[in-house]
Design a protein around this ligand. Sequence first.
Ligand code: SF4
Ligand code: SF4
Length: 210
Amino acid sequence: MLEGLFNQLAKPAPPCVIKVPPVPSGKKQREPLQATDYKAVPWVPPVPSEKTETKAKITLSTKERQKLLAYLDAIGETDRESIDEYLTGCGKDAESLARQLQQADDCLQLKTGDFTGLVQCSGCRHLSGDTCQFHGWRVVVDKWRRCTDFEPLQKTTDTELITCKSCIHFESHYKHGGGAGACHAGVMPFGACHWADTQHQCDKYQEVKR
Ligand code: SF4
Ligand code: SF4
């Protein structure tokens, strides 16, 4: 019996195969990275700042105030509220004040009959219709102004200054025959505003026989 036991022990033991169940990972796996279509992020234009440049208000000096009041008087402005509003506007910033003072100067100078340094667009070769071709802006054609770009319409000195009012080609827009009107001689394009009393040179002028 002992011999049988020894024989059994002498035989090699069969390999012990233990099935180990998979241990579930405690961690959640990430979704595998996948290639995705590239979509460009649309460009968003920068939003302009809402801040605007603020200009410093000006306190009018006594002299400036007097000049502006003299100008208002010259153009016949008497309404107190309008005068206050105008003066407040003049003191808005240095640029506005300089512009208004220049306008006042020009007006007061014109009142004395002195046209020195002042021109009218109606006598300038850059004017086409009611637009200045040099600057590209619309103008009041018979307003006296300072303009360093003024070039006389006709440089001939032998042509005397005339007004459209006494020309057969002129047709006023008004019954009184003055003010704005049209030239039927085609001197200026259709729509141009001719002023009856503006002095200028014109080689198509023909005096109305009375
Ligand atoms: S250049 Fe000056 S004067 Fe001549 S049309 Fe222009 S704004 Fe008027
Ligand atoms: S022809 Fe000359 S003067 Fe006569 S209406 Fe025309 S622009 Fe005026």
